[in-house]
Design a protein around this ligand. Structure first.
Ligand SMILES: Nc1c(C(=O)O)ncn1[C@@H]1O[C@H](COP(=O)(O)O)[C@@H](O)[C@H]1O
Length: 163
């Protein structure tokens, strides 16, 4: 099936984080593509990717990057599609640099910014499914089922005092 979500990252080294978005999309059965594109290292490719995303049928882009994380914002500058930014945890500053680089967009060019690291990647996939679900309601059903499963797992946990 044609991908509805684009998962992009600034470097292959970001896959350790973005793979959690991919795994969640797999669990939801939501078709996606994965590409390494960088606003810094491959600026022309990044612009081309973002400009053609809509005509290629993508509905949402998940963009993860670390450090001077300009990829989500620069992608958003080239497309009206919703862009979800995932700050990758950097070694030097633990991802605070990534977070601040993504979250402080000027008014007019939004990036939906998620939490640093794995939780952000998982939640980006779930939000992408909710957005896609507005056009294809089966994905809203799958998000509902995903949540129900997690709720049941919590309720089935033993008393924390038990070893
Ligand atoms: N933040 C960006 C961008 C960008 O924003 O376009 N391109 C690469 N990078 C980041 O550089 C970090 C180190 O990359 P390497 O591991 O390849 O040296 C990665 O977290 C990547 O997201």
């Amino acid at each position: 099936m044609r991908p509805l979500v684009g998962v992009i990252m600034g470097s292959r080294s970001d896959w350790e984080t973005l793979k959690h978005a991919a795994e969640t999309l797999d669990e939801l059965g939501l078709p996606y593509e994965v590409r390494v594109v960088s606003a810094h290292r491959t600026p022309d490719l990044m612009a081309e990717y973002a400009k053609t995303a809509e005509e290629r049928g993508l509905l949402v882009i998940i963009a993860g990057a670390g450090g001077a994380a300009h990829l989500p914002g620069m992608t958003a500058a080239h497309t009206p599609l919703p862009v979800l930014g995932v700050p990758v945890e950097s070694q030097a500053l633990k991802g605070l640099d990534s977070l601040l680089s993504i979250v402080q967009m000027p008014a007019g060019v939004p990036v939906g910014t998620l939490a640093i690291g794995k939780a952000g990647a998982v939640n980006a996939a779930l939000l992408a499914a909710s957005i896609v679900g507005l056009r294809h309601p089966e994905y809203l059903e799958r998000v509902r089922a995903y949540r129900r499963q997690r709720t049941e797992a919590v309720l089935a946990q033993p008393d924390p005092r038990e070893a």
